[in-house]
Design a protein around this ligand. Sequence first.
Ligand SMILES: C[S@@+](CC[C@H](N)C(=O)[O-])C[C@H]1O[C@@H](n2cnc3c(N)ncnc32)[C@H](O)[C@@H]1O
Length: 216
Amino acid sequence: MDTQRLFINKSWTACYDQQMDRSNGYEAVSEKFLARRGRSRSTGIGVKEVPKWTRTLPRGSSVIDLGCGPSFPITAVLVEEGLHVFGVDVAPSFVAAFQGNLPGTPIVCEAVQESRFFDRTFDAALAWGLIFLLQAEDQHRLVQRFAEILVPGGRLLFTATAKPAVGIDAMTGLESLSLGAEQYRKLLGAVGISVAEEYEDEGENHYFDAFKGKIA
Ligand SMILES: C[S@@+](CC[C@H](N)C(=O)[O-])C[C@H]1O[C@@H](n2cnc3c(N)ncnc32)[C@H](O)[C@@H]1O
């Protein structure tokens, strides 16, 4: 039996079986995304900020990239910097592209709302361009999950906007919802995660650089 094929068929079926589009419109625009942001490992918003963060992690650290997309431009940086990377994305086209771009790097085709996150903990977690695509209650739950999957002292980097905002996602045209910096800090604090630093990139993404623990 062709086990590789069986595995791919099973994981794709799992994605398609879901009643609603869990990718928040990204599977539908995957061709456009792959031709733009997902095309190159060296260009795109975030390619300056994420490597800086990555270099503050010890080589060999385990990192989970949530909503990793096709791996270019962000996940590839993590791999190049010598981290042990795991990907999660619910859009089947991106999972297939990821497997082509980074063969051997584990990825699951799962929605973060239901993912088992490889049934393990991580030294760091990254969620670039993801959290504000989710409903408010799913964002609360994801923050809780951050705390569950990080080791003590584990690092977290995610993006949203600093101001609470209902917006329109530029790629999909669907509604997005940022809870805003104050609310994210509050939610993170409630699960034992402290924000150490915040900054913005040229695309007005606000970065929350945080860790599991208390600021001394
Ligand atoms: C703005 S893109 C960012 C992709 C990638 N992080 C990057 O930097 O290019 C959002 C990504 O989140 C994924 N996504 C959306 N909703 C998701 C969900 N509920 N669970 C897992 N992934 C999701 C999309 O498929 C897409 O790859």
